[in-house]
Ligand binder design. Structure first.
Ligand code: NAP
Length: 337
């Protein structure tokens, strides 16, 4: 009998998660009951939000409980089905978690069309991260031709799409990333105008030179020193879609230093800034538009994408640690089967 390998939340991390927090175990593969579908995972998506689910406490989504299978979206193949409309061999996407096999009800699954994009891309450019870029930039960044758009984590799953959509709007696009090769990649392959490495000692000077007319839209993915550098260049009436703050996900306490809240609030007022936190899943009414536009852009070659495909389910934890340290190159997925 085949076993299901799965990662279980064994304890809550403080800082970087490791083997003491996520246990790899094997259990027998579950048979599907009435109204259920049995699945074999092909690709597992690894995403920064997963780190937040490991914490206790209030957030926009429920935390994992100790003993739960680690949360995550995957593309799977139907291996057997007790549901009309789902047949053996169909490819589906769903929140089936970090495991090699699962059983799900049809309401939690979406049948993908591999003719539109390869299976793994449904976890990236035409999946949740691509949708995040589409919603955040268009609805809340509201870019206009000639404006300067800065995006952090520029080479990642969300950032690479933000930059390319901003180019379609006729903007000057400035990426910020944590490695020179990432910067070179987004300029060469996605048409970013320029990209600055935030790890350089003279990062703020380089960002200033890259944004001679200041910054009109800042697509915030990271927080930390990138945010501080951007705020020094922000223009009147700028828009800041707040998508993520990955620089802080493993932080255990607030950084030392003066409280910057009062000057920050002053800047929001004086410059009439618009900060807008958003979660992509609040905007699912835009999903059909996104899938229509993105499949067209992919077909026309207007949007390109990079995936970092790690082979082997057992490597998921190490790859996830890498994501939280910037080791991935593009959208990180695990090839499970
Ligand atoms: P990603 O960019 O593919 O991977 C994460 C990247 O974050 C790393 O490669 C690294 O790139 C950067 N990073 C890691 N630690 C950092 C640090 N301490 N300081 C600065 N950068 C750091 O991930 P993604 O899926 O596209 O996600 C990007 C952001 O969007 C995350 O904050 C995520 O939580 C957020 N997000 C939000 C939503 C939503 O609905 N609001 C949905 C999806 C994703 P560098 O080498 O460039 O540092």
């Amino acid at each position: 009998m085949q076993n299901n390998k799965r990662f279980i939340l064994a304890s809550r991390p403080e800082g970087m998660p490791d083997e003491t927090h996520l246990h790899l175990e094997e259990v027998p593969v579950q048979e599907p009951g009435e109204g259920e579908i049995a699945l074999k995972t092909l690709y597992l998506s690894l995403d920064p939000y997963m780190r937040g689910r490991m914490n206790a406490g209030a957030s926009y989504a429920k935390s994992l409980e100790i003993g739960d299978v680690m949360t995550g979206e995957a593309v799977s193949e139907v291996t057997s089905s007790n549901v009309a409309g789902f047949a053996k061999g169909d490819l589906v996407i769903g929140r089936t978690g970090w495991q090699t096999h699962s059983v799900a009800t049809p309401d939690l699954l979406y049948k993908i069309d591999p003719a539109l994009a390869p299976a793994s891309a449904w976890l990236g450019v035409i999946g949740m991260p691509g949708f995040t870029a589409y919603v955040g930039l268009r609805e809340f960044g509201k870019p206009k031709a000639g404006e300067t758009v800065v995006v952090s984590a520029a080479s990642g799953a969300v950032g690479q799409v933000v930059g390319q959509i901003a180019k379609m709007h006729g903007c000057r696009v400035v990426g910020v990333a944590g490695a020179d090769d990432k910067c070179e990649y987004v300029v060469k392959n996605y048409g970013f105008d320029i990209c600055v490495n935030y790890k350089d000692d003279d990062f703020e000077d380089k960002l200033k030179a890259a944004c001679p007319k200041g910054i009109d839209v800042y697509f915030e993915n990271v927080g930390g020193k990138v945010f501080e550098g951007v705020m020094k260049l922000i223009n009147d009436f700028a828009r800041v879609p707040v998508c993520g703050r990955i620089a802080h996900y493993n932080q255990t306490k607030l950084p030392e230093g003066p409280d910057r809240l009062i000057p920050f609030m002053g800047q929001i007022l004086i410059k009439r800034l618009m900060f807008r936190g958003f979660i992509q899943s609040d905007h699912l009414e835009l999903l059909p538009d996104f899938r229509r536009d993105m499949s067209q852009w992919l077909k026309e070659g207007k949007v390109k994408y990079q995936e970092d495909v790690v082979e082997g389910f057992d490597n998921a934890l190490t790859a996830f640690q890498g994501l939280l340290q910037g080791r991935n190159r593009g959208k990180l997925v695990i090839k499970v089967a």
